[in-house]
Design a protein around this ligand. Structure first.
Ligand code: SIN
Length: 530
């Protein structure tokens, strides 16, 4: 998919004259953006733009860990095979090879910065998560993401060539005749244009578009929307991964209960207190997430909507309080104690596979515009992401983006700048809460053509009836949310089959024949259909 360019206005010209300049602007301060920043040539003047505090970013919220084939009897080939199997035949194999074979370098990078993951006297403790054929997940208790994010942030803050521009909201990406040349942000209530020779979009995914998400509401894919408006090709938008075991707190917040709990033996129970997963999948509780989420909805339906429970009681208080300290504390605050209570859970939108299409070095089709991490679509996850491949993806492709920029830094001029944004299209969408509910119902774990069509029509009608509001962050946020929702719904309608985390009851089977054509168009001939 590719967008039409936006418009220039007199407001834009004022912005251009008031601009500041960097060599590289990285939008997003998660694992991908910060890794890339730290590995850029230190002579480059870099800015990391981020809108929310660190604790709101998806990296920070990641619990499970980072999948790397470093166990004594593990092999990269096995990690590849698991990733391809879970990706349901449409992974881009070359990207999977890159991801898995550069895993130990990614781990070494973190260790070189001072990381020390959970270990005993024999070495790293590796945990298991769904879809993996063995224990492979390097972790730091149950808050691996927070641990890594804080470590990277401390290094970024100490780097003299990197500026952190916080509370800074990406509005649009600017282009000139030679490609990308900076971005427009809202900073302290004002639109500001930052020139740069290169922009890296590392803004994360768009799961926050759903009413029920393990991510912050602010994870609404601003970077993907801005790149799209700047002419970047986006791909795989329909693939939204739902995490089966999310808990709703007393205040209504959705909190992840890491899959590592099931990896360490926790079970899923129906209202009668019986395990049921083995009747749906031979891997039981450790089946791929899409299978578990659908099985849970089916089982909940059979019991009149009563919730499914997560049972970790047999693991014992001492172990649970130590190994799963973050989860234990959060549940305890909500009056659930894992050693004695079965915890009510339900799926929630967790990770978005689609995004800005890139090559294996994070390059997009727009010159000087890169993307990495969840914002990018490298083809590495296919139709469903293997658990704990995403922190790995952030570092592996963040490193590659930095390497590519270091090798090819453009000797650049800034020509007449086109702010590719369609600020005039920004409308009063009455916030995004109605949109989030619509998406939850129409494009959730189970989808149907009619529901998708109706939701798409609603999104389009909402856009048409909009009026131009003042320049404020909420309006931009809403604009991006509606734009991405439209793209997601269009993509979900186009994919008239069920595969991985895209499940349509009106097309419940895979359609390999049409798919082959699609995949060859999308990712090129290196992709092998299994
Ligand atoms: C989890 O801890 O269950 C989430 C890990 C992931 O999404 O990869």
């Amino acid at each position: 998919m590719r967008s039409e360019r936006g418009y220039l206005t007199s407001k834009h010209n004022e912005l251009i004259s008031a601009s500041k300049e960097y060599d590289v602007i990285i939008v997003g301060a998660g694992i991908a953006g910060m890794s890339a920043a730290l590995l850029l040539d230190f002579r480059l003047k870099v800015a990391i733009v981020s809108k929310e505090p660190l604790a709101e970013c998806s990296t920070y919220k990641a619990q499970g860990g980072m999948a790397v084939a470093v166990g004594p009897d593990d092999k990269i080939e096995e990690h590849i095979a698991d990733t391809l199997r879970v990706g349901q035949g449409i992974c881009r194999e070359e990207a999977v090879k890159v991801l898995t074979s550069e895993g130990s370098e990614a781990l070494d990078f973190l260790i070189s910065l001072g990381a020390s993951f959970s270990h005993n006297e024999k070495g790293l403790l590796l945990t298991r998560e769904a879809g993996h054929s063995r224990n492979r997940v390097v972790h730091y208790y149950d808050y691996t993401g927070k641990y890594i994010a804080e470590l990277l942030a401390s290094k970024v803050n100490a780097a003299t060539n990197i500026d952190r521009l916080e509370s800074c909201y990406l509005v649009d990406i600017a282009t000139d005749q030679e490609g990308c040349c900076g971005c427009v942000v809202v900073l302290a209530g004002k639109l500001v244009y930052y020139r740069s020779a290169v922009v890296v979009v590392a803004t994360g995914g768009y799961s926050g578009l759903y009413a029920r998400s393990t991510n912050a509401i602010s994870s609404n894919g601003d970077g993907v929307a801005a790149a799209y408006r700047a002419g970047a090709v986006i791909a795989d938008m329909e693939f939204v991964q739902f995490h089966p075991t999310a808990f709703t707190t007393k205040s209504g917040r959705v909190f992840l209960l890491t899959e590592a709990l099931r990896g360490e033996g926790a079970m899923l129970l129906n209202a009668a207190g019986q395990r049921f997963m083995s009747t749906y999948h031979s891997a039981g509780e450790l089946a791929p997430r899409d299978e578990v989420s659908r099985a849970m909805l089916q089982e909940a339906g059979k019991q009149g909507g009563k919730p499914i429970g997560l049972d970790a009681r047999h693991l014992g208080k001492e172990y649970l309080m130590d190994r799963f300290r973050q989860v234990y504390a959060e549940l305890a605050q909500n009056n659930y104690f894992m050693e004695q209570d079965i915890i009510p859970i339900a799926p929630a939108a967790h990770y978005t596979i689609g995004g800005i299409k890139t090559d294996l070095w994070g390059k997009t089709n727009v010159a000087c515009l890169y993307a990495c991490g969840e914002a990018a679509a490298t083809g590495v996850h296919g139709a469903n992401r293997l658990a704990s491949n995403s922190l790995l993806e952030g570092i592996v492709f963040g490193r590659r983006v930095a390497a590519s920029i270091n090798d090819n830094f453009p000797a650049k001029r800034i020509n007449s700048v086109q702010l590719a944004c369609s600020m005039e299209d920004i409308g009063n969408y009455n916030g995004v809460s109605a949109l989030r509910t619509k998406l939850e119902l129409a494009a959730g774990v189970v989808r149907q053509g009619k529901g998708l069509e109706a939701a798409l029509q609603w999104v389009r009608d909402s856009k048409k009836s909009s009026v131009i509001p003042p320049d404020d962050m909420q309006s931009y946020h809403a604009c991006n949310a509606y734009q991405l929702a439209e793209l997601l719904l269009e993509a979900a309608l186009l994919r008239r089959e069920s595969r991985g985390c895209h499940y349509r009851i009106d097309f419940p089977e895979k359609n390999d024949q049409d798919f082959q054509k699609h995949i060859l168009q999308q990712w090129g001939r290196e992709t092998v259909i299994q």
